[in-house]
Design a protein around this ligand. Structure first.
Ligand SMILES: [Cu+2]
Length: 142
């Protein structure tokens, strides 16, 4: 095996590795772009127009913590209490503003009319102290 041959083989291997890396990086970027700046902490669930939204409630959080609905639409969210205390769902800009309390281990379908104005609104649990302990979420209206 001549020295020149060895050099050529090495260079080709290096090239192949570089191309592989470029492909991997592009794939990773594409994946990131696809996720589209969703922001950290809790996913977003879209609903309205027939979409079903389930929110798990526990101490002291909603999962997902952000839900997305269409302006002015009637929305039904299934409030599933997976915690050990009662919880509810309240938002100043929806009608009605507050769901019934949901007992631990129970689920409740809560239907409300979404705000007519697009924007992002806070929702929270009205049980004493829960909001302060972080039981809040975001209602995205599009
Ligand atoms: Cu609560």
């Amino acid at each position: 095996m001549s020295e020149r041959y060895t050099e050529r083989v090495t260079r080709r291997a290096l090239l192949r590795r570089t191309v592989g890396l470029v492909i991997a990086v592009s794939a990773a970027s594409a994946l990131l772009a696809a996720c589209g700046g969703g922001g950290g902490g809790g996913g977003t669930t879209s609903g309205g127009g027939g979409g079903k939204i389930t929110i798990e409630m526990s101490e002291y959080k909603y999962n997902p913590s952000t839900i997305s609905v269409s302006a002015g639409q009637s929305v039904t969210v299934t409030l599933k209490n997976v915690g050990t205390l009662q919880h509810d769902f309240h938002c100043d800009q929806i009608n009605p503003t507050t769901s019934a309390l949901v007992d631990p281990g129970k689920s409740l379908d809560f239907t409300f009319t979404a705000p007519s104005q697009a924007g992002t609104y806070d929702f929270w649990c009205t049980v004493a102290g829960h909001k302060e302990l972080g039981m809040v979420g975001k209602l995205e209206v599009k």
